[in-house]
Design a protein around this ligand. Structure first.
Ligand SMILES: [Zn+2]
Length: 268
């Protein structure tokens, strides 16, 4: 993977941006990670100039609506393209069995049989568990249970062809028990719901989320050179990059990214 395209950067209830989801890609194709909360995924893909034919895989971290509901639209889009001959080969979905069951139930209730018939055929699900290792687009991927206190959720690491390691922590605070997975990571993709300075206003800890300061202190402690922050509140959307970067720099001297929707990050 050499390129990360950010499709959304917001938390579940964000209205000024799409819910946090993104694409990782290399010459072999692209991997979509989560799909946001609805048909907005179609718009974000179009706005990003992405061709659905290159999306070969989808990881769904957990079954909350801001990550899963867009996946119904992804199945509809790719399934319809398969039927019309516009999508070649198989499409692989990686998630826990509980997420698969929820997604397949929704797909069965809301999509045409001509699309849902492809599930188990050209739309291929693989159940993931803690420590599951697979190869996606030529990169070694390892999934790990982030030990969510709310709902079973998986993060993952990917070893890029360059040897660099990318770690996605999902949308909850890092649990030390997951350290063996992310040790040595070069890129850390981490939620930061709001500024530490605005914790009284946004109440991140009550919602089981991190602040910019928390994420930056974690990256500093683990000596991770690149840090991407997202899954944020959206009240500060226009100034978010400046505000979050300013607070982050007090606690972390590495490469801090606070992307907007549709930003592209080079991982090379
Ligand atoms: Zn979320």
């Amino acid at each position: 993977m050499d390129k990360l395209t950010v499709l959304g950067t917001g938390y579940a209830m964000a209205t000024r941006c799409y819910n946090t989801c993104f694409i990782l890609e290399n010459a072999a194709g692209a991997l979509l990670v989560d799909a946001g909360g609805g048909s907005g995924i179609l718009r974000q893909m179009e706005s990003a100039g992405k061709d659905w034919r290159v999306i070969r895989h989808m990881i769904i971290t957990h079954a909350h609506c801001d990550h899963l509901l867009g996946a119904v639209w992804v199945l509809r889009k790719i399934g319809t393209m398969m039927q019309s001959g516009a999508y070649e080969g198989d499409f692989s979905v990686w998630c826990h069995s509980s997420v698969r069951e929820a997604l397949c139930a929704m797909a069965g209730a809301t999509l045409q049989a001509s699309v849902t018939r492809l599930i188990g055929g050209r739309i291929r699900f693989t159940d993931i568990g803690d420590g599951a290792a697979h190869n996606l687009l030529g990169c070694d991927a390892v999934f790990f249970d982030i030990r969510s206190t709310k709902l079973l959720q998986f993060g993952f690491t990917l070893t890029l062809p360059s040897g660099k390691k990318l770690a996605c922590l999902g949308d909850e605070p890092f649990q030390p028990v997951c350290l063996p997975y992310i040790i040595g990571a070069d890129w850390l993709l981490c939620e930061a719901f709001c500024l530490y300075a605005q914790r009284e206003r946004f109440k991140p800890y009550e919602k089981n989320h991190s602040t910019v300061r928390d994420a930056c202190e974690l990256a500093k402690r683990l000596r991770i050179p690149h840090l991407v922050l997202w899954h944020t509140e959206d009240k500060n959307y226009d100034e978010r990059q400046a505000l979050y970067s300013r607070e982050g720099r007090e606690y972390y001297s590495g490469d801090l990214r606070v992307p907007y929707d549709l930003d592209v990050i080079s991982l090379v």
